[in-house]
Write a protein that binds this ligand. Structure first.
Ligand code: NAD
Length: 493
């Protein structure tokens, strides 16, 4: 090197730190412009002649039209299910039924990406959740119950379990395919046939699943899918040919169904709403608890029956915890559900958005302090930013009523007794969460929390082998696990 050599200077272009989206393609999905009902193993036009649009809540575009089943259509679906039941399905050996369920599980896995995109388009949930939660869990439920189909005698030792008959199942819009799996898999495993009614805003994955069931060779009429709104659901649960009603949805509609079924010999399970308390003690690992609380309320935009929508934080750590929570909320990405980076997608419908807004306005009007991070919401579609409410008291509607949106009501407590009293002070009893370093305190709390599920130092953990269900106005009956078979079998004490 010569003496006069000077160090080489390199100029680098400034790094571009602007946001780059990572959008899932929709090319894998094809949605028919018009879809009929799925009855007796084929698609049929609705006798009612009516239909309605299924809309993408992220951009308000119509994805397609689906049929609206009237009473005559419900009747046709129930008869198809009855024929399939009596003509073979109930008498098929469990080992044969399990083959169909295994096949459906495997096909769901093979077509997981397609179903995930369809679920996100129709319902507004982030593709990351549809892909990583809804689809794997739906397939897992079919695998799990496929395993029970030929072992029912072992599920209920000493009993002779027999199928109940035709199951009329009505499901909500927050986890359309997963709720289908929770209901259809145990019913079919136990030898029943099914008429399923999905929610009116999210019919598409159920119809696609029905078509897939034909590819799987499921005998005609074993699974029937009828689309429509409340009137269709009411006609199904009230139909005299239905032996077992399984409903997941709001407590208000659950009460109507309980009245409609009263006096009949139909079996009934109700999986209803919730207002879960998420209790954080001062010895909890705070950063992990923040993640748990965020997952607990903002998963699926808060459209979750077991959402941890009330945070009870020990008074001594209230300020530090709320500051951390605000910092974390600043990082949440709200927007296009098809973007793989999105944390919070679209609100499922304009009606649901109105309900959230109404309760939030009430929270403010009655003295709650609303906090929301700065975030730009898309111009079209239905959106609501992640929201915290401070200064909430037990009597606030936002502390008592299910908001079913991304809204967290924050309260404090000093002692374990006070935490329990506040946590149990709602009409609901579906789920709860506890964060503490002390194992004995977890057990003490779990004993006293009026909730079907209590998560400790975690939240929103599901497994097909684990029963799920509520107390009080959150309903009765369990789905998942061996318990999930019980409503679908006779002959078990
Ligand atoms: P919803 O009660 O309005 O509707 C649920 C279903 O019932 C829909 O398919 C609807 O068309 C149908 N329906 C409406 N009126 C009916 C009637 N009179 N008879 C028969 N069917 C009728 O509830 P939603 O808004 O779709 O869902 C949100 C609710 O579901 C929330 O309260 C949530 O907590 C609850 N949910 C509970 C669970 C659980 O496992 N406990 C799981 C998911 C959702």
């Amino acid at each position: 090197m010569s003496d006069d050599a000077s160090p080489a200077t390199t100029t680098t272009a400034p790094l571009d730190w602007s946001y780059a989206e990572s959008k899932e393609s929709t090319a894998i999905v094809s949605i028919p412009d018009e879809q009929g009902l799925w009855i007796g193993g084929r698609e049929v036009a609705a006798l009612s002649g009516n239909g309605f649009a299924s809309v993408n809540p992220a951009n308000e575009e119509t994805l397609g039209t689906v049929a609206e089943a009237g009473e005559a259509d419900v009747d046709a679906a129930v008869s198809a299910a009855r024929t399939a039941y009596e003509d073979g399905w109930r008498d098929l050996p469990g080992s044969e039924r399990s083959k169909y369920l295994f096949r459906l599980a495997r096909m769901l896995q093979e077509r997981a990406r397609e179903f995930a995109v369809l679920e996100t388009l129709d319902g507004g949930k982030p593709i990351r959740e549809a892909r990583d939660f809804d689809l794997p869990m739906a397939a897992a439920h079919f695998f799990y119950y496929a395993g029970w189909a030929d072992k029912l005698d072992y599920a209920f030792p000493g009993a002779t379990p027999r199928p109940v008959g035709v199951a009329g199942q009505v499901i909500p819009w927050n986890f359309p395919l997963l709720m289908l799996a929770w209901k259809v898999a145990p019913a079919l495993a136990a030898g029943n046939t099914v008429v399923l009614k999905p929610a009116e805003t999210t019919s598409l994955t159920a119809l696609e699943f029905a078509r897939m069931s034909a590819e799987a060779g499921l005998p005609d009429g074993v699974l029937n899918v009828i689309t429509g709104a409340g009137a269709t659901g009411a006609a199904l649960v009230g139909h005299e040919g239905v032996d077992k009603v399984a409903f997941t949805g709001s407590t208000a509609v659950g009460k109507l169904i309980q009245r409609a079924v009263a006096g009949s010999d139909k079996r009934l399970t109700l999986e209803l709403g919730g207002k879960a308390a998420h209790v954080v003690f001062d010895d909890a690992p705070l950063d992990q608890a923040i993640e748990g609380v965020v997952n607990g309320i903002f998963f699926n935009q808060g459209h979750v029956c077991c959402a941890g929508s009330r945070l009870l934080v020990q008074e001594s750590i209230h300020d530090v915890f709320v500051d951390k929570l605000k910092d974390r909320l600043d990082l949440l990405r709200v927007g296009d559900p098809l973007d793989k980076n999105t944390d919070i997608g679209a609100i499922n419908s304009p009606e649901q958005l109105e309900r959230i807004k109404e309760l939030v306005a009430d929270g403010e009007a009655t003295g709650g302090e609303r906090w929301q991070p700065a975030c730009d919401l898309p111009e079209r579609g239905y959106w609501f930013p992640p929201t915290l409410f401070l200064g909430v008291s037990q009597s606030h509607r936002i502390a008592q009523e299910e908001i079913f949106g991304p809204v967290l009501s924050i309260m404090t407590f000093r002692t374990e007794d006070e935490a329990i009293e506040k946590a149990n002070n709602t009409p609901y009893g579906l789920s709860a969460g506890v964060w503490t370093n002390k194992g004995s305190r977890i057990l003490w709390m779990a004993d006293r929390l009026e909730a079907g599920v209590v998560w400790a130092n975690t939240y929103n953990q599901f497994d097909p082998a684990s029963p799920f269900g509520g107390y009080k106005e959150s309903g009765f009956g369990r789905e998942g696990g061996r318990h999930g078979l019980l409503p679908y079998v006779e002959g078990v004490a």
